[in-house]
Design a binder for this molecule. Structure first.
Ligand code: ADP
Length: 490
């Protein structure tokens, strides 16, 4: 290992546990295996965490299962207080958590700071929701009985999270699960386990009882998922990741008919009409594309710009991206860090190369900088042909392909020409057009004159192959409950 845990603690200001959290105990795992964590800016190993075996994974399910009756019976107010304390603790440690995320994920410090605030907010929001799980009572149409509808915790929940938002994707699942009375086994991505471990320790400090939150880090995601999805004690899977892996998990979850919430890939179109406020559209486009360095499922993946404003938008957008300070995320003033790993970077580079061979014009960027770390230059591609591969795949990097359109109907049909349907962005000053287009776009979320839609209070999720279910808002809590109907004759 290049760096030590002491170096890491000195740089971040936080000591992170590196074991598995099972039943309230931090353990090394049965065979003592380790996974290295790499800093994408230096390509050096900064820490090692435990590599769980299938048996360790099942121990975590046993711990979650043992803790379930007690946690489900805990007063909602008490569950709420635990989450509320976790929110305060995260805010108190936000600088250290942000630094930790920069080191394992690569994102720039300002992005990491906003993620910590966003992530912590899921604990505060679900602290408030924990005491608002409602049911209903009505009289049967025949008048013979009452129909009582209540909600109960779905049970032991497995949470699988990606590396792009290591804190927020964990809290967005843990918050509602705990609020609903479920116990969880969290598996963070192997690229970014440290943040999840730090969040788990915060939950312990907030008074969450042993076994309610278990964390299993592993080098083999399939070893983990095969073990948990075959275990009848597991009743819920909440997954955030690629559509490709989502399909595998849905198939495996079919055996035990496990309740699934899936937040999968996106291919967000960003539409700019001729009547848009171009300066607002530039700000929105910048956020939608460059938040988290483009490594977001909500990232604008395709810009459809009306031909009347395309030259103006393209030149100004390229100038903005070109001016970005690129470097290691903790360096003073860095606005864009490296991508998370070599695979992600080479995918971005090959999508750009393919698009340029298909006739796109590189306005800025389009290359791998000559430096250590998994960097890619912020890139704008103009005149991208409508059939180009880059418009059909999630780029997950700082690359903006621009396509010009002349009619609203073309823009909408091109935007919908994808198996994805997570989010779409629309810039126009015309209220009627904005709502008409919002209705026609096949997406679970629409930003109208907004470049960011994520909000802990809003239902986040996609249609088509972008997912099933919603996270955040009240809907996010309901995903961790089962409806029970009681027919009563009183
Ligand atoms: P990304 O493209 O964001 O890396 P992935 O879908 O590959 O998306 O990864 C998201 C999460 O899913 C990570 O925690 C990863 O370890 C996990 N994962 C990947 N493959 C599997 C699998 N076969 N079973 C369970 N989890 C998986």
């Amino acid at each position: 290992m290049t760096g030590t845990m002491a170096d890491l603690a000195a740089t971040t200001g936080i000591e992170v546990p590196t074991g598995l959290l099972i039943g309230g105990q931090w353990t090394k795992g049965r065979d003592g295996g380790l996974i290295g964590v790499t800093d994408p800016a230096t390509e050096e190993t900064i820490a090692e965490v435990a590599d769980a075996t299938a048996e360790d994974t099942l121990d975590a399910v046993s711990a979650a299962s043992a803790a379930l009756p007690g946690w489900a019976a805990t007063a909602p107010r008490e569950r709420a207080e635990c989450l509320r304390r976790a929110w305060s603790l995260m805010i108190a440690k936000s600088d250290a958590l942000a630094r930790l995320m920069v080191l394992e994920n690569g994102k720039a410090l300002p992005d990491a700071r906003s993620e910590v605030t966003y992530a912590a907010e899921f604990f505060r929001w679900y602290a408030e929701e924990a005491v608002r799980v409602e049911g209903s009572v009505l009289t049967a149409p025949s008048g013979a009985n009452r129909i009582l509808v209540t909600r109960q915790p779905v049970g032991v929940s497995v949470l699988i999270t990606p590396w792009n938002f290591p804190a927020a994707m964990a809290t967005r699942k843990i918050g509602p699960a705990l609020a609903a009375g479920c116990t969880v086994v969290l598996k963070p991505a192997k690229e970014t386990p440290l943040t999840a471990l730090a969040v788990a320790e915060i939950l312990q400090q907030a008074g969450v009882p042993d076994g309610v939150v278990n964390v299993v880090t592993t080098s083999s995601a399939s070893r983990f998922s095969e073990a948990v999805l075959a275990d009848p004690r597991v009743r819920k899977l909440s997954f955030t990741g690629s559509t490709e892996v989502g399909r595998i998990l849905l198939k495996a979850a079919a055996t035990n008919v496990i309740n699934c919430s899936m937040e999968l890939g996106g291919n967000a179109p960003f539409l700019i009409f001729e009547d848009a406020d171009i300066s607002a559209a530039l700000d929105g486009a910048f956020l939608a594309k460059m938040r988290n360095g483009g490594e977001a499922c909500t990232a604008a993946n395709r810009f459809y710009v009306h031909e009347a404003v395309a030259d103006e938008f393209t030149a100004a957008f390229a100038a903005r991206l070109e001016a970005l300070k690129v470097g290691p995320g903790l360096d003073e003033g860095t606005e864009l860090g490296p991508l998370v790993n070599e695979d992600t970077r080479s995918k971005v580079a090959s999508l750009v190369d393919e698009a340029t061979s298909a006739g796109s014009r590189v306005v800025t960027g389009g290359s791998v900088p000559d430096r250590r770390g998994y960097f890619y230059a912020p890139t704008v591609l103009d005149n991208v042909p409508p059939g180009a591969g880059i418009l059909g795949e999630e780029i997950f990097g700082p690359v903006a392909p621009i396509v010009r359109f002349s009619s609203e109907s073309d823009a909408v049909s091109w935007a919908n020409n994808t198996e994805y349907g997570l989010v779409s962005y629309v810039y126009t000053r015309d209220l009627r057009r904005s709502l008409r287009v919002a209705e026609a776009l096949e997406a679970g979320m629409i930003g109208i004159n907004r470049g960011v839609v994520s909000d802990p209070a809003a239902p986040f999720g996609g249609v088509k192959q972008s997912g099933i279910g919603r996270e955040g808002g009240h809907d996010g809590l309901l995903e961790f409950t089962e409806t029970k109907y009681i027919a009563v004759d009183w």
